[in-house]
Design a protein around this ligand. Structure first.
Ligand SMILES: C[S@@+](CC[C@H](N)C(=O)[O-])C[C@H]1O[C@@H](n2cnc3c(N)ncnc32)[C@H](O)[C@@H]1O
Length: 282
């Protein structure tokens, strides 16, 4: 009886983060969370998690350092370029046709877990350029969200060092960036159709009636139960026939398969199923 209810140091640490910061890392893959915390501990010379927990409780600044280690923000413009080619060749034409045949209405896209904004701006450049070339007039609304306030701040600023632009097509570089004091700023034409917001994917979706949700390299960090929950949120945020794009090493699994059908296996593109059992229950 004595040990019933006793938490491991890792569980205790996860609980402390949730109470003090609000982010619930019990929804993430435990092995990864444990590994990253051990990494942070060894950086500070701690071998025992309970000792590190004491340090975390006594040093408020350590929480931010730990959160930076726990959430990975690696991203880039036109990351996995073949995905952007598929968006341009297959998905955008389909969305544009759908919008034009349904009368007035904007194209609505959510880049969920967008880190510092490069993914969101890449989608915007690709779509705005297509509309310009085809001389199609459609309103475009692209939303970028991330749990990290700092990432959203950088994304909203939209200024990047030259090195970050390496994978941006030359034409887009000249057309959609302008030289500013600190590097390259996103041009107003792109900025005006993009907005960023801090949002936790486990909260109800902040946008509805979406044509496309792009959520790449985020779900891979969550456990299966939590992925199902996020899939449910995405399903309710998408318009009928809406499309979901995941990262190359991610897939819809478990309960999510009732909500989405795979339409492009190579690029992990799914379409919302409209008559899932979940709709029937609602
Ligand atoms: C590796 S980055 C992916 C960035 C971009 N999607 C890409 O593929 O280039 C993962 C992002 O997911 C964000 N993230 C992690 N947990 C999240 C959550 N619960 N809600 C929203 N964003 C989250 C992290 O802050 C991080 O910026």
């Amino acid at each position: 009886m004595g040990t019933v209810g006793k938490q491991s140091p890792l569980d205790e640490l996860i609980r402390t983060i949730r109470i003090k910061h609000g982010t619930d890392f019990s929804r993430y893959r435990k092995s990864c969370v444990g590994r990253r915390i051990s990494h942070r501990m060894s950086m500070l010379g701690y071998q025992r998690m309970d000792k590190y927990l004491g340090y975390l409780k006594e040093n408020p600044n350590e929480m931010e350092q730990l959160l930076n280690v726990l959430t990975i923000h690696v991203t880039g413009f036109f990351r996995d370029n073949s995905v952007f080619e598929t968006l341009a060749k297959r998905i955008f034409p389909w969305i544009i046709d759908k919008k034009l045949s349904c009368g007035p209405g904007s194209v609505r896209i959510w880049s969920a877990g967008c880190s510092t904004g490069e993914e969101t701006y890449s989608i915007a450049m690709q779509l705005v350029d297509r509309l310009r070339r085809e001389k199609v007039k459609l309103e475009v609304e692209i939303f970028g969200t991330d749990i990290s306030e700092e990432s959203c701040r950088i994304a909203t600023k939209g200024v990047y060092p030259e090195k970050k632009l390496e994978d941006v097509p030359r034409l887009f570089r000249t057309r959609y960036f302008e030289v500013v004091e600190e590097g390259y700023g996103i041009a107003p034409e792109i900025r005006s159709c993009v907005e960023f917001k801090v949002h936790d994917l486990f909260s109800p979706p902040p946008y509805l009636m979406l044509d496309l949700i792009v959520c790449r390299n985020v779900l891979i960090h969550f456990n299966q139960f939590s992925r199902n929950r996020v899939m449910f949120n995405f399903h309710s945020a998408l318009d009928e026939d809406g499309v979901l794009l995941l990262g190359k090493s991610e897939a819809v699994t478990g309960g999510g398969l009732e909500l989405f059908e795979l339409i492009n296996p190579r690029n992990k593109i799914y379409r919302k199923r409209v008559h899932s059992s979940c709709d029937k229950e609602a």
